[in-house]
Design a protein around this ligand. Sequence first.
Ligand code: G3P
Length: 217
Amino acid sequence: MKFFADTAEIDDIKEMAATGLLDGVTTNPSLIAKSGRDFMEVTREICGLTDGPVSAEVVALDHPTMMKEAEILRKIADNVCIKVPLTIDGLKTCKALTDDGTMVNVTLCFSANQALLAAKAGATFVSPFVGRHDDNGSNGMDLIRDIRTIYDNYLFDTEILVASVRHATHVLESALIGADVMTAPPAVIKGLFKHILTDKGIEGFLKDWETTGQSIV
Ligand code: G3P
């Protein structure tokens, strides 16, 4: 399963890239606002930190203006992936862009039927929001299971990009179900490294090492 960083914070992206875990980045208008950076400038900088897809979202609601925005965004770098909302105009834009060889991430997906539409429109990625689905009283991971089944039934190439990931269990279940990608905030990814027995193990080994009086360097 590919790991994308769901952030526009450059330092976090650099740190994740150094671990070898970074397969791409997703941003959205809220994350750009949180970064306080200029959209074009920060997106260009992020594109330079990974060879993987970097999602940059359009903000127009109508197809012609979405296309104009996408034209500008896709010139930023070859690895820009245009993010469009799961609406009729969003899917028209998806179809036009993917027909033209541009990567598209269809976002704000909350049902398996919506994911089916995104795949039929040729989406490179579909982003079901599991955390927000949970918040709304549904089970986000059931949605991922359903989409996996549908995409496998019809051999769709669209990759399932699990978004709105809030905790380690979302990551684990995504991998068990066979999602193609998950995107998570850096704090959630950092949390995956942690295990109490790892910490205890290090503590025990170092205590014993001290008794040898040796040093490696
Ligand atoms: O990239 C969009 C998505 O991951 C948003 O997550 O936590 O705001 O629901 P969240």
